[in-house]
Ligand binder design. Sequence first.
Ligand code: ADP
Ligand code: MG
Length: 697
Amino acid sequence: MHPFFGQSIEYFKGVGPQRAETLNKELQIFTFGDLLQHYPFRHEDRSRFYSVKELLPNLPYVQLIGEFRSFKTIGIGRKARLVGTFADETGTIEMVWFKGIQWIQKNLSVGVKYIAFGKATLYKGKFNIAHPELEIQTKKNTKGGYLQPIYHSTEKMKKKGMESKFFSKAMKVLLAEAVKHIEETLPNSLIRQFGFIDKKTAVVAMHFPRTSQQLLQAQNRMKFEELFFVQLRLIKLKIARMEKFKGAGLNKSDLLNDFYEKHLPFELTEAQKRVIKEIYADFRSGQQMNRLVQGDVGSGKTMVAFLAMLIAIGSGYQCAFMAPTEILAEQHFKGLREQAHLVGIHIARLTGSTPKSERRLIHEGLMSGVISMLVGTHALLEDKVKFKNLGFAVIDEQHRFGVAQRARLWTKTKDFYPHVLIMTATPIPRTLAMTFYGDLDISVIDELPLGRKPIKTRHYRDNKRLEMFGFVEKEIEKGYQAYIVYPLIEESATLDYKNLMDGYEGISRRFQNYQLSIVHGKMKAEDKEWEMQRFARGETKIMVATTVIEVGVNIPNATIMVIENAERFGLSQLHQLRGRVGRGSDQSYCILMTGLKLSTEARTRLKTMVDTNDGFKIAEIDLELRGPGDLMGTRQSGALELLVSDLVKDGEILKMARITARDIMSDDPELSKEENRPIKKHIDSFNQDVVNWGRIS
Ligand code: ADP
Ligand code: MG
């Protein structure tokens, strides 16, 4: 990149040290290049003038030329409003102010030509504009002809005199010099193929487009470019990994076959079979596997992982299975141990609460190779934990682990990297998966085991609480069990605990004939465990809990999930909680309890839950509601700050970018062909400049 773009923003005309500091802090603008990439978030159409007669409802912001005939104040005190009658040759319209009335009236004059800009709304059959922007008409501002850029600014920046106007002025100065140094980043062939405008024109038009048509063209091109380079990098990473990172060749399926024929407790679904085949193909390839398995709650991911581990162990390697919480690790350990013992596999468990003495034995067993399967939490990642020959690692519920933790697994063996299988029950919309996990292969288990009945979901407001209790009682009488879950959110923890305890009391009074369990975050691990066990054995009929049960238990006889204050949960969390029931063949229910008043967004979430059980559909809607950052967790989204593209809306462009990047990389992996020079040059310039590289790629 040209050194021009690397200059510190402090030295930009009209900025200086103080404003520079604010720009650093508020918008992460450090250099001239950063400033150039501070694109407007919208444009206002100042390209033409409307006459009063032309006004229609639903127009965007419009501008009019005319003069005030009169002003009058209507109402008194806080209810007072100022109304000015504004006229052009075709008619009159009212301009209305509710605030700053005196000041405004003092500064406006009757009989002077103004340009008024604002949103015209129809009120009682007449158009008016509330709080219009007004400028005295001059030759210059009458010419118009531009779409005016509106830049994002913050309160702190406004205090330092840096509002939208500041940026549009600065951009004009900056662009005059910058255009000389902007280089094309895409090959000519691509530009022709997609009919893109060139980079210089695009950057200028992002700020100062001549027409809305040109603005769209510019945005399209910049979005493509941004997503294309992200994809290119991901694909490069993947190719590099496949070349460099040999995986253990795992090709002995005897142990798997043995288990399959004698001990498999159920028929696998077609989806499970398909995913196991995909994994087996990776195992045999000689290259390291990095595969993400997405499958809704209850789709049977654990069995897939177990069968894959049998291939690895049968081929003479050790396996690790990592779960996000102790409770989940414990449950997986017990489940896996039962199966493992059937085929004589030595299995161990390692979590934060494993006592020292036991730990030492495990360390030894792993080093000597006596232990073939290790189940645990991220305690597995500690440096002290060394394997004789770890060949395969499973990570359950990946969204709770960072990418860095995944990488730490790779240091566990010397000669090759273990194959990695990541499992998630939080389906990720395709656009996100392509971007966040673009360097992974993806498998999908899109089928539930046979005989599962779809969970019926209902939404009750608090005034139907008695009905809900009645329903729960009827089901308990039939022999089933229920969860009643309360939110526990850190910021309001004290209140949430009180809420839980009040709820528990109410439930105790209502269900005096039954034993109840309660589990929450403040309890000791062994007390929680004890309560869980009582519930699992069917001794208690209702489990009152905070969200600690979100992951963990698998109790087929529990068929009712009541979620209190359901409006406070996010969609994916609600879906996860609901997944705790519906684990057996009997009809299960999910009841969402909420207050009477709900925000529009909360209503959308609840309606979505009632309407569908499809995790992927839910994930798509969640993405629309919350945006990619929230969905993927801030830690991970920080690595991917997109400046112009929007993963919610730009799915089509993303697909195009990914296919294009893939084609180019398979045709010219080193990017050494003449036509790919612009790409290579662009990537190299990022590699030199670490700060920008991290931000943009
Ligand atoms: P998840 O994908 O949510 O991790 P699990 O692996 O916990 O799902 O499986 C949920 C339940 O379904 C378990 O009790 C498991 O034994 C059972 N299961 C898994 N696969 C099948 C199958 N093909 N047929 C019947 N039951 C299955
Ligand atoms: Mg699971």
